[in-house]
Design a protein around this ligand. Structure first.
Ligand code: CMP
Length: 138
């Protein structure tokens, strides 16, 4: 058993019908799906998830966008999950994302960047707990 990371397929990627292709890449890269759900976040829940960015100028835009349509949330397991997943998705800004990465292929812009990935083991655990109870993990 490896460690975990947390991801969300963001509204524009879900809306565009790219969820399946993105999940395919995630599984092909060796991640095991521990938990997964499609959910439409309320403004309050989206604001709370991104609370760490509250002081950033893009916070309002980020929250509005993330509650603008359903997302797919998932917990992923793999050795070195956090770092390997960040490599798989590429840079936050898709114009800087390496070729072959999920964001290079599917992201529209810095704000609409297709997927979220945890930035540390500690945040992976906090973010997984935010979306999933123990009985929803397999
Ligand atoms: P994510 O990995 O989900 O973590 C925070 C998100 O904020 C990030 O992906 C981007 O979607 C978004 N973000 C970061 N910087 C900016 C920015 N300058 N303008 C708009 N959105 C941003």
């Amino acid at each position: 058993m490896g460690n975990i990371t947390f991801t969300m397929i963001k509204p524009e990627a879900v809306e565009a019908g790219n969820s399946g292709a993105i999940l395919n890449k995630i599984e092909a890269a060796g991640f095991r799906i521990v938990a997964m759900k499609k959910v439409h976040l309320s403004e309050e829940r989206a604001g709370s998830f991104y609370e760490v960015h509250k002081e950033r100028p893009f916070y309002g835009e980020l929250v509005e966008y993330m509650c603008g349509g359903p997302i797919i949330a998932a917990i992923l397991e793999k050795e070195n999950a956090v770092l390997d997943f960040r490599t798989l998705i590429g840079a936050t800004n898709p114009s800087e994302a390496a070729e072959g990465t999920i964001r290079a292929e599917f992201a529209e812009s810095l704000a609409k960047n297709a997927v979220h990935g945890s930035d540390s083991d500690e945040n992976a655990s906090i973010e997984a707990d935010f979306h999933f109870s123990t009985s929803e993990r397999f």
